[in-house]
Design a protein around this ligand. Structure first.
Ligand SMILES: [Fe+2]
Length: 441
């Protein structure tokens, strides 16, 4: 039997219905069920929220284009490698798509029909995109994971500085409110209390995280701007970008979908991340996506060159990562895990290749994030950094300033320091230059 054919149009969920009617009304219940089903079936949906202002997105896109049009030496002032780039700017060719060395991810690509596969990431080149991380979260009162709570960086150029904080906060808050509304709808649609997910993410290190791709340098057809991957957070929400190029793979279609967010009508795109997959025991799977230069990107480049000759040719993604709190105990919710097994069985019976069954052992969210970082860090592990680390260890032995326990701790650092952002500072304090890593989202 062949698998069922599904529509390639992502479901459109109306947050207004949820916000403007009693929660137990039939229309709210139906819309919430539709939201949950969209996440289960596609791992993605289009969200309508009439509170979102297209003008705020335009202001944000203009600001980010102006920011990334600055010379590299100016942008470099906003880099914070010692904080693993978790605030401020990350310049191009730093982030690598982790899928290139991740066996389960490569398996996902192998199971796709050749015509539906992403652009080839096996060369494992870093993405030619820049990024800015702007924290939007409420700081946790007590946390085991303080390194994720660094202060934001405000760019200092006079034509950027004054506009920066209001524009970032305004657009970031709009997207945060929209995605939290959707998280409530999804919870109701899955038969949970409306606040189940939102409470679990109250102190999440949420990030407004636009990317910037220089289309003068990287504007050739089939250039990979961000290689095939999933996001490690709970839900990712995107405003409309000025340049097409985002492809997503809807979980149960096996098809590559070119995302189109209609202009000027308060629409946003939401995609499931790893934390939602984990908490739902695989009922919702994290959505794979890539950003590439496709035919429609080229058309838009040509159009904007003509219509806006004075504007920088930079593709800004309007992206917001919504996270669960780092100290939250992450384990599948039993009712969702049971439903996940049912859905999986049904799909297998319909002839769908669901791949290997994944297990989701209990873990702190902060550890889950660190495991993802560790995974990426491994790609940065090379002979020189290993040597550097052990030379540092020998030096410590000579100084004989530390007891045996610290030495062993440092040995452990040699194996792990790249995976734990909190350890970077500690190593730097001892005057050692180390190679930092960053995370692809
Ligand atoms: Fe992503």
């Amino acid at each position: 039997m062949s698998p069922p054919e599904l529509s390639m149009d992502l479901p459109v969920i109306d947050l207004d219905v949820f916000l403007n009617n009693p929660i137990d009304s039939p229309e709210v219940q139906a819309e919430c069920k539709k939201a949950a089903d969209a996440l289960i079936t596609y791992g993605a949906l289009v969200l309508h929220d009439s509170r979102v202002s297209e003008q705020d997105n335009e202001t944000f896109l203009d600001l980010l284009e102006d920011y990334f049009a600055q010379p590299e030496e100016v942008l470099k002032k906003d880099e914070r490698p010692e904080l693993s780039y978790q605030v401020g700017v990350t310049l191009e060719n730093t982030e690598k798509p982790k899928c290139a060395v991740d066996e389960p991810c490569l398996n996902v690509i192998r199971r796709l029909a050749p015509s539906e596969r992403p652009l080839d990431i096996s060369g494992h080149q870093p993405d030619p995109k820049c990024r800015f991380f702007w924290r939007m979260g409420e700081t946790a009162p007590n946390t085991q994971f303080p390194s994720l709570n660094a202060d934001n960086i405000v760019p200092q150029a006079p034509h950027i500085k004054e506009r920066w904080t209001p524009a970032m906060n305004k657009w970031g808050t709009s997207m945060k409110n929209a995605v939290e509304g959707l998280a409530r709808m999804a919870a109701v649609g899955m038969g949970l209390d409306a606040n189940t997910f939102v409470d679990a993410g109250r102190y999440g290190p949420h990030l407004l995280a636009p990317t910037a791709s220089d289309l003068v340098k990287y504007g050739a057809k089939d250039t990979i701007l961000a290689g095939f991957h999933t996001d490690l957070n709970f839900l990712t929400i995107h405003g409309r970008s000025r340049y097409p190029g985002l492809h997503i793979w809807a979980r149960n279609t096996g098809k590559r979908i070119a995302v189109k967010i209609p202009a000027g009508r308060n629409y946003l795109l939401v995609q499931a991340g790893k934390q939602l997959e984990y908490l739902s025991g695989g009922l919702v799977k994290a959505g794979y996506h890539e950003v590439v230069v496709n035919e429609r990107t080229l058309e838009t480049i040509a159009m904007r060159k003509e219509k806006f000759p004075d504007r920088p040719l930079i593709r800004i993604s309007s992206t917001f990562f919504w996270h669960l709190s780092s100290d939250f105990d992450l384990a599948p919710i039993p009712s969702l895990a049971a439903k996940a097994k049912e859905v999986r069985q049904k799909m297998i019976e319909l002839g769908w290749d669901e791949g290997e069954e994944v297990s989701y052992p209990p873990i702190k969210v902060g550890e889950q994030v660190q495991n993802e970082l560790k995974h990426i860090a491994l790609m940065w592990w090379d002979i020189s950094s290993m040597l550097e680390c052990f030379l540092g260890y020998l030096k410590w032995n000579f100084i004989d300033h530390f007891g045996a326990t610290e030495r062993f701790a440092f040995m452990a650092d040699c194996k792990q320091f790249k995976a734990e952002p909190g350890r970077l500072e500690k190593l730097k304090l001892n005057g050692r230059k180390i190679k930092e890593f960053t995370v692809t989202e």
